[in-house]
Design a protein. Structure first.
Length: 410
């Protein structure tokens, strides 16, 4: 059997970043930068006030106290967005609001809280009862955060709200991002019936297409088709050809039909086009992967727990690599488990677990399945999972209290 690391290396070597496209920042959330973003303007654009208060000449108010206040004549009112440029002379001040341009002749800003009467009519005298700590106090200087041309966000950055805000503040309205990979999902199995349908003997509710479509979308892919097909070679071939036609799909993910049974439709159709291997993992031992035309094709096992673990191990990292992500693995933590279980010797085990985060310095984990087991057939327990416990291949048993690496899903 191949190790998880060996299979993953083959997958990632084939997953090269897709081409870049320009998108407005209003449409860029969740996308990955294909190139560094450089500031178009200085940040801040001009010297501006960090406080609501009075722009002053520092030497006029130096030493002011409640017992010995300094009175200044107010000559202007400067709200945010003001274009006025009053000239301050000794004994003069300008009422100013946060973000407003500071007059060139002002050398400090006194907050309203450090005056006798606080906010009042703009042309009333300013009586300063506490001097600023130093010249330049409460003034944000032009370009002190960054200058035009500086890198705001490097290539590979995933664009969330904070990143987009920083880019917008630097005067940028359009960014170069990697194209979202187009993913087609095909779930195979004659036994599958639509969720909610009346079930005949031998039928089960179909869940893999829901699982895979959701996981692809969460990984940033554009899901272009979701299909369920019986174990019929011709029907599966038609769906695969439709997904690949004219390069529509960058990734095709199938579930079921890759093992050693007599009705393995994916293996029957693709055995000469992609590679079918055994991977030392549980669940998820049978795997298939290869490139057909320009698309990466994944053949995952059929049990939902196997599908979910296989997706996390191989498909999700590939989808992120196609988007140019630098980090393609989930974050991991080492936590104690509250319940023990057996682990198959020689196979890396992925156990869906529920985390107890009530103690912020000592999280714990327990199997998400109601009976504490970790079999490939388990599906309902996935609804309770927010992480995977990843048990190394050389470990055959996990005991309560053991520290285990967990891969965070949320």
């Amino acid at each position: 059997m191949l190790s998880v690391e060996e299979q993953s290396a083959k997958v990632l070597s084939a997953a090269r970043p897709l081409e870049a496209e320009a998108v407005p920042i209003a449409q860029a959330a969740g996308r990955t930068l294909a190139a560094d973003v450089h500031a178009r303007v200085d940040v801040p654009l001009f010297d501006n006030s960090a406080m609501d208060g009075y722009a002053v000449i520092f030497t006029d108010v130096e030493g002011a106290t409640a017992e010995h206040p300094m009175e200044l004549h107010v000559i202007a009112d400067l709200p945010a967005g003001s274009t006025a440029e009053p000239e301050l002379r000794a004994g003069f001040a300008a009422r100013i609001m946060t973000g407003a341009p500071v007059p060139r002749t002002a050398t400090a800003v006194v907050p309203f809280e450090h005056t006798r009467d606080g906010l009042q009519a703009w042309d009333a005298p300013a009586i300063v009862t506490r001097a600023p700590a130093r010249a330049g106090a409460n003034i944000r200087r032009h370009g002190e955060e960054l200058h035009a041309g500086a890198v705001v966000a490097p290539a590979g950055t995933v664009l969330g709200a904070l990143q987009l805000t920083g880019i917008a503040a630097a005067g940028i309205d359009t960014v170069q991002v990697r194209r979202r990979p187009r993913a087609a999902v095909i779930s195979t199995g004659t036994e599958l019936a639509a969720p909610g349908a009346d079930l005949a003997r031998g039928q089960i509710p179909e869940s893999n297409s829901v699982l895979l479509a959701s996981m692809c979308a969460e990984a940033g892919a554009e899901v272009i088709s979701v299909d369920t097909v019986a174990d019929e070679d011709a029907a599966f071939t038609a769906l695969l050809q439709r997904a690949l036609r004219a390069g529509r799909a960058d990734v095709v993910v199938t579930s079921g039909g890759v093992s050693a049974g007599a009705h393995e439709v994916v293996k029957n159709v693709l055995r000469d086009r992609i590679e079918f291997v055994a991977v030392a993992m549980q669940p998820g031992r049978p795997q298939a992967f290869g490139r057909i035309d320009d698309a990466l094709v994944f053949g995952l096992p059929g049990n939902p727990a196997s599908v979910a673990a296989s997706f996390e191990a191989f498909v999700r990292p590939a989808l992120l690599a196609l988007q140019g992500r630098e980090a393609v693995r989930r974050p991991t933590l080492r936590v104690a488990v509250t319940t023990g279980w057996r682990s198959p010797a020689g196979r890396q085990q992925y156990v869906p677990v529920t985390l107890d985060r009530s103690d912020p310095v000592a999280w714990t984990a327990r199997p998400a399945a109601a009976d504490g087991s970790s079999g490939a057939h388990l599906a309902a327990g996935l609804a309770r999972a927010d992480a995977y416990a990843v048990v190394p291949a050389e470990v055959s048993a996990v005991a309560a209290g053991d520290l285990i690496d967990v891969m965070l899903l949320s």
